[in-house]
Design a protein around this ligand. Structure first.
Ligand SMILES: [Zn+2]
Length: 200
């Protein structure tokens, strides 16, 4: 009898937990887009003042994955990007501040906008809203090969990642997990900044 009660309780609590977590995921995914801001004309003119070459695209994406005040960044003053990319204007502005603050000369990116869930989670990734960029190389230093090394390139990566903490709300590096072994994920979503000890 006791066994039956215990296993029944277990069954109820585990289905409650999964129900609750799937509800929370749904709630987060529905609520997250409502917190997005595109920054309007002010963001566009700030980006222009920083010498960024870009095209305005207006609001893009879908109801699930809106990209507010999207811009197609085509170049920077004195900074070489591997190829053009699209970001929500406020994120493009944060990216520019980081690149200028860290005196980055060149970088390679692996993509920005992508309406998808985070790996191993039901939550929508910040890439869904054009508020994230993945970077695989900074000033010729390859994150996969040089992260954690004491070479000049390794130190340069650690330094630029630490500076990224001042500009982005989430900075994920090879230190964070296996999924980021070859790139920095930088986003302006809901985050607490850099909590990794590596970046202190
Ligand atoms: Zn990413």
């Amino acid at each position: 009898m006791l066994l039956l009660v215990v296993s029944l309780f277990g069954l109820i609590s585990s289905s409650l937990t999964s129900l609750l977590s799937s509800d929370l995921i749904r709630l987060f995914n529905a609520y997250r887009p409502t917190l997005l801001t595109g920054g309007g004309e002010q963001c566009i003119s700030s980006l222009r003042k920083r010498g960024v070459k870009f095209r305005t695209l207006g609001n893009q994406g879908s109801d699930i994955c809106p990209v507010m005040n999207a811009v197609r960044v085509e170049g920077f003053e004195n900074i070489v990007a591997s190829s053009p990319f699209v970001l929500s204007c406020p994120t493009a502005l944060k990216l520019t501040s980081w690149l200028q603050d860290a005196q980055v000369k060149s970088f390679t990116h692996m993509g920005t906008v992508n309406c998808r869930k985070m790996r191993g989670s039901g939550l929508l990734s910040e890439h869904s809203f054009g508020t994230a960029i993945d970077i695989s190389k900074v000033d010729g230093a390859d994150i996969k090969a040089e992260w954690g090394s004491s070479t000049f390139k390794g130190q340069r990566l650690a330094e630029t990642a630490a500076i990224a903490c001042k500009h982005f709300s989430n900075v994920l590096t090879p230190e964070t997990d296996r999924a980021h072994h070859d790139h920095f994920h930088l986003d302006t979503g809901l985050g607490v900044g850099c909590v990794s000890s590596q970046l202190r």
